[in-house]
Design a binder for this molecule. Structure first.
Ligand SMILES: *Cc1c(COP(=O)(O)O)cnc(C)c1O
Length: 373
C-alpha cells in the first residue's frame, strides 16, 4: 500500500492514490468481486485478507487522514468496530449533540450492561480534558450532527489520558480536507464514506483510520470476526467519488457560507447555524481548528414544525431527503427522526451541493416565503 508523500497536497493525493504502478495494469483499480483467491501469495479469503478494490479505498482515505485505514460496510460498521474494542465495564463519553446512530449504539450497549455512557457538551473543552483522565472511550464528533458545534480537538486530543484509552473522532462532517484528527493525536478517525467521500448518494461505506499499528490490527480483526465487510462496487464507487471531493467541497462550502449569511437575515428564519458565521457559538474554535467550515447548515424556521415541514414540501431543486455530503442539495427536518427530541422542532438540516448558488437561493427563498403565506 502506498503512503501519502509529504510533498504532495491532499488534493493531488485524492486524484492519484489507490492505483497500481504495474506496467499494463488498468489505470484505475478494477472491480474485484472475489470471495477467495488461489492459495500461495498470502491472500486467501476476502473477509480475512481484503481485496484489491477495498485496499484502494483504504489507501485513499488512509493517506487523507494520515494513518492506516480499514474499510467497512458502512460508517456505523466502522464505528461499531471501535466500540467493539471496549472491555466490559468501560466508560464512554459522548458529546451532548452527536449522530443519532452513535448515540443509539452507545445506549443499546449501556442497557445490556456493557459500558456506561456520560455526556459532555461539545464546547466544554475543560470537561473533555477532564473526561480523558477517566474514560476508556472518548468519542468526539466535530462539527456535530446537526447542531454543528465545533470541539477544540487540538486541545482535547493532546490532553493526558487514562492508560489504554481511545480517543475517537467522527470526522464525517469536516472530511480529512478540513480537519485531520490523527495529526492532533486522536487514536482513530471515522468517516462515513457514504457522505463526502462517495459524494453521489449511491453507496454505503465507512472507514476507520489510525496511526496505532496494534489498533489497526484490532479493527481489522473486528471486521473479520463480525463480517462487516465493504461491498466491492461500493469501494470502487467511493474511490471514484473521492477523486473529485476537493472540488465538490470547495464549491459547496463557498455556497454554504453565502446561503448561511442570507438565511440568517431571512424573515422566515429564527436562527441559522453554520460554523462560518460570526454569530455561531463555536465560531472562534472553528476558525482555529478547521480549514473550512463545511457544507452543512442547520436553521430554525419560524412557525414551528408545521412551517418547517411546509418548507421541505415546497423546495424543488433542493431535494427533501436525508443524508448529506453529496453533489445534490438535500434537506430534512431532523426532529422528525426518532431519538432526536433534544432538537428544536423546526430545525432543518441543509446539505449544500454543487448546484449554482443563486438557483439554490431562489429555491430556498421561495419555499420559505410560501411556507409563511
Ligand atoms: C451518516 C453518518 C454516520 C453513519 O454512517 P453510515 O454510512 O450511514 O453508516 C456516522 N456519523 C455521521 C456524522 C454521519 O453523518
Amino acid at each position: 500500500m502506498n503512503q501519502h508523500p509529504k510533498d504532495l497536497k491532499l488534493e493531488s493525493w485524492l486524484v492519484t492514490a489507490g492505483r497500481s504502478s504495474e506496467l499494463g495494469a488498468p489505470l484505475n483499480v478494477p472491480l474485484v468481486p472475489a470471495s477467495n483467491f488461489i492459495i500461495g501469495r498470502g491472500r486467501e479469503y476476502s473477509r480475512d485478507d481484503g481485496t484489491p478494490t477495498w485496499e484502494a479505498l483504504e489507501e485513499v482515505v488512509g493517506g487523507l487522514e494520515s494513518g492506516r485505514a480499514v474499510a467497512f460496510a458502512s460508517g456505523m460498521a466502522a464505528i461499531a468496530a471501535v466500540f467493539d474494542q471496549l472491555p466490559a465495564g468501560s466508560t464512554v463519553v459522548l458529546p451532548d449533540d452527536c449522530y443519532q446512530g452513535v448515540a443509539g449504539l452507545a445506549s443499546a450497549g449501556a442497557e445490556r450492561g456493557r459500558w456506561t455512557v456520560r455526556r459532555v457538551a461539545l464546547h466544554d473543552t475543560a470537561g473533555w480534558i477532564d473526561a480523558c483522565k477517566t474514560a476508556d472511550l472518548v468519542w468526539l464528533e466535530s462539527p456535530s450532527n446537526p447542531l454543528l458545534g465545533v470541539a477544540d480537538l487540538e486541545a482535547i486530543c493532546a490532553a493526558p489520558r487514562k492508560a489504554g484509552a481511545v480517543v475517537a473522532v467522527d470526522n464525517t462532517f469536516a472530511t480529512p480536507l478540513n480537519q485531520r484528527p490523527l495529526e492532533f493525536g486522536a487514536t482513530v478517525s471515522l468517516q462515513s464514506a457514504t457522505k463526502f467521500i462517495g459524494g453521489h448518494s449511491d453507496l454505503l461505506a465507512g472507514v476507520a483510520t489510525t496511526k496505532d499499528e496494534a489498533f489497526w490490527h484490532a479493527l481489522k480483526k473486528s471486521r473479520e470476526l463480525t463480517g462487516a465487510t465493504p461491498g466491492t462496487l461500493e469501494c470502487f464507487l467511493a474511490v471514484r467519488g473521492a477523486r473529485t471531493m476537493a472540488l465538490r467541497l470547495q464549491r459547496a462550502q463557498a455556497s454554504a457560507m453565502a446561503l448561511a449569511d442570507r438565511l440568517q437575515a431571512h424573515p422566515a428564519v429564527e436562527l441559522a447555524r453554520y460554523p462560518g458565521l460570526a454569530s455561531h457559538p463555536t465560531h472562534a474554535t472553528a476558525k482555529r481548528v478547521l480549514k473550512g467550515y463545511g457544507t452543512i447548515i442547520s436553521f430554525d424556521v419560524r412557525g414551528g414544525a408545521e412551517a418547517a415541514d411546509a418548507v421541505c414540501r415546497n423546495v424543488g431543486l433542493i431535494r427533501h431527503a436525508t443524508s448529506l455530503g453529496a453533489v445534490e442539495s438535500t434537506m430534512e427536518r431532523r426532529a422528525a427522526i426518532a431519538g432526536q427530541d433534544h432538537l428544536p422542532p423546526s430545525l432543518l438540516r441543509l446539505s449544500v451541493g454543487i448546484e449554482d448558488v443563486e438557483d439554490l437561493w431562489k429555491d430556498l427563498d421561495a419555499a420559505l416565503r410560501s411556507a409563511r403565506a
